[in-house]
Design a protein around this ligand. Sequence first.
Ligand SMILES: O=C(O)CCC(=O)C(=O)O
Ligand SMILES: [Fe+2]
Length: 196
Amino acid sequence: MAVQTANHVVMDSFLPSGELTALRGHLGGHASHFEASRIGGDRSDPGRVAPDVRRSRVLYRVGEEADGFLSKVRASVPTAVARLGIRPLPIATIQLQATATNDGEFFRPHTDNRHPQTMRRWLAFTFFLHHEPPRFSGGELRIAATEADGGWSTITPTANRIVFFPTGILHEIAVVRCPSGAFEDCRLTLNGWVTR
Ligand SMILES: O=C(O)CCC(=O)C(=O)O
Ligand SMILES: [Fe+2]
């Protein structure tokens, strides 16, 4: 029986820089397609907008431009699982969305697998692809303590960084401050879940 040894795993310099720039450009070109983020939904259930819990804008169909990124995520799952010390599960799908979190926006503490529609999600990831140096502050990803770690972890948004964590752990996005409020300046991620 695997014993969890960490509440999250960070990998930096995840993509070749040209691929990161291309993905950022793709998302910027679709800025007008981002919509108010929702909670609790999946492919068959749109979920609901809940501004007390989650404020951001999401692109729910990222497009095939992210296929190379998804392959890289898939290839990284065994390493992430080993470093987390969790039991490896089969990979059925990798669900993906892009999230833009702008001035004053946040995602309060939550887990990602509590609803019947989301219970097959077993591994979560967040990949940061904003401009460096960042034109926003805040927006840290905070992940609750587990017995293995003993304290909350705070992960600074850093472009080309991916974070993996088990979906059942409480986590949040701290409030973002982005003075310009411009799409291209905000906290931009490709985030999603590996399902079994
Ligand atoms: O962007 C992040 O750091 C986490 C996103 C998240 O928790 C979610 O979309 O469920
Ligand atoms: Fe989450």
